[in-house]
Design a protein around this ligand. Structure first.
Ligand code: HEM
Length: 431
């Protein structure tokens, strides 16, 4: 923005004189955003440094310009807007990201089916018939899956630490107001303690493996990273594993919980999925794939993504200053009738017969240089899980009709409970 030029900032709800929009947003996050979208359009302001973007093209633009004029990670839970530190972190992350990618691509993902099924058996089959909290069960599942993907059988303790990290971050995720990290709040101490324990455990595992003669040839992500040329430092490997473990745990668990919510309410669909899985040959499982895509459309776990302007810049018609936040909302984009017919309806058939997503209006994995690193792996694992569940179980839920979506850190139905009934015993009961 040149000198003397007026700052172009979108309109938005004015909110309370002292507390702005915080209260209205906290009372009903998605209701507030829907109302503001209706009233002010695809880009609206929340306060004088934060705007929301519901326009798919502009959301993509912000994602694609990440690393250039926008940054993604600021110091966790810190109000000091250290965009320089974030930019430095991003610069060091990009080579790490590139080195990890082949360890997570299609070929690597294709080797994980057997392990995924063994973990499903251990977590779901062993608890079959019991009434469980679905999100907790799915977190157990995804923590084991990603820990094994990274470390093979030596993941002792990592899955439990991932659980603890999610619990420690929960308090922050539920509060939209952040507090400086130096405030000695119990929740800050707990978070940093857990973070240090996870880092220490990962460092121990990496060092141990590096010292072992066969460490580099092991068939897991750690073996792959250690075999890189030139040999990466321990810190680099730890930081890559940290990102993969944290990205690969809570988010897919939220997606699986939404998936189970749909399965519990749609016995007919489970039946069709079972037929498909029973007869699955080389043609794969297109219905299971469509069910996963549709679940991620209606319930994108990363329902809100943040970007911060690193320098003075523009986005569409609007001027941003350094430190201004842009909040992108896949949830509302995925439910916009301009891009999706019958947007609130769960209809996997919209993905069948080669129908593609309407371009930028589908972004469950983000886009641009920081697009999800685990997208290929997770699509494969979620699709396999969908077929596996439908083939072996009937899903019953005592509260599927009454639970509602919770728009906190990750979008998922709150407190969903379910029982996975083995198909054979369900058949016996109905016969
Ligand atoms: C349903 C499953 C998943 C969904 C919906 C999902 C979604 C996303 C999204 C939206 C982002 C970008 C966030 C942003 O730009 O602000 C992201 C980043 C990331 N995801 Fe995923 N993710 C999933 C599973 C996974 C899995 C299984 C892994 C690990 C294998 C993973 C690893 C990562 C990593 C490392 C990043 C950070 C990439 C970077 O900043 O360069 N994700 N994910």
């Amino acid at each position: 923005m040149g000198q003397g030029e007026e700052r172009r900032w979108p309109p938005g709800p004015r909110g309370h004189r002292l507390t702005g929009n915080t209260r209205a947003y906290e009372a009903d996050r998605i209701g507030f955003l829907r109302r503001s979208h209706r009233e002010y359009g695809d880009v609206f302001s929340y306060d004088e440094h934060t705007l929301f973007v519901i326009d798919p093209e502009l959301a993509h633009e912000a994602l694609i310009r990440t690393g250039d004029t926008f940054v993604t990670e600021l110091a966790p839970f810190d109000m000091r807007r250290d965009t320089n530190r974030a930019a430095e972190h991003a610069t060091s992350w990009m080579p790490e990201r590139r080195s990890a990618w082949p360890g997570l691509n299609r070929t690597a993902a294709a080797t994980t089916d057997e392990r995924t099924v063994a973990i499903l058996d251990a977590v779901i089959t062993d608890g079959a018939g019991q009434d469980v909290d679905v999100l907790t069960t799915m977190r157990t599942l995804t923590a084991r899956t990603i820990a094994e993907y990274c470390f093979g059988a030596d993941h002792a303790g990592v899955a439990e630490l991932l659980h603890e990290t999610v619990r420690a971050t929960q308090a922050f995720a539920e509060a939209s107001r952040e507090f400086p990290a130096w405030l000695p709040l119990p929740r800050h101490r707990r978070y940093f303690r857990t973070y240090r324990r996870l880092t220490a455990t990962l460092t121990g595992l990496v060092r141990e493996r590096r010292a072992s003669p066969s460490g580099r040839s092991r068939d897991d992500l750690l073996g792959f990273l250690l075999a890189g040329e030139p040999a990466p430092s321990v810190d680099t490997v730890v930081s890559t594993l940290h990102s993969v473990l944290l990205g690969g745990h809570g988010v897919p668990a939220a997606a699986l919980t939404s998936l189970v919510w749909e399965l519990a309410r749609r016995p007919r669909l489970v039946h069709d999925l079972r037929d498909e899985a029973d007869g699955a040959q080389a043609g794969g499982t297109p219905l299971a794939d469509a069910v996963v895509r549709e679940t991620l459309r209606l319930y994108p776990p990363a329902w809100l993504m943040t970007r911060t302007a690193a320098t003075a810049t523009t986005l569409g018609a609007w001027s941003l200053g350094p430190g201004d936040d842009v909040l992108l909302n896949p949830y509302l984009i995925h439910r916009d009738p301009r891009w999706w017919p019958r947007p609130d309806e769960f209809d996997p058939t919209r993905w069948l017969a080669g129908q593609a997503a309407p371009g930028p209006a589908y972004l469950p994995f983000g886009a641009g240089p920081r697009v999800c690193l685990g997208a290929t792996l997770t699509m494969r694992q979620l699709t396999l899980t969908t077929s596996w569940l439908a083939r072996r179980f009937t899903v019953e839920s005592p509260n599927a009709e009454s639970v509602t979506l919770e728009f906190v850190d990750r979008l998922a139905p709150a407190h969903l409970r379910a029982r996975f009934l083995p198909v054979e015993s369900a058949r016996r009961n109905s016969g």
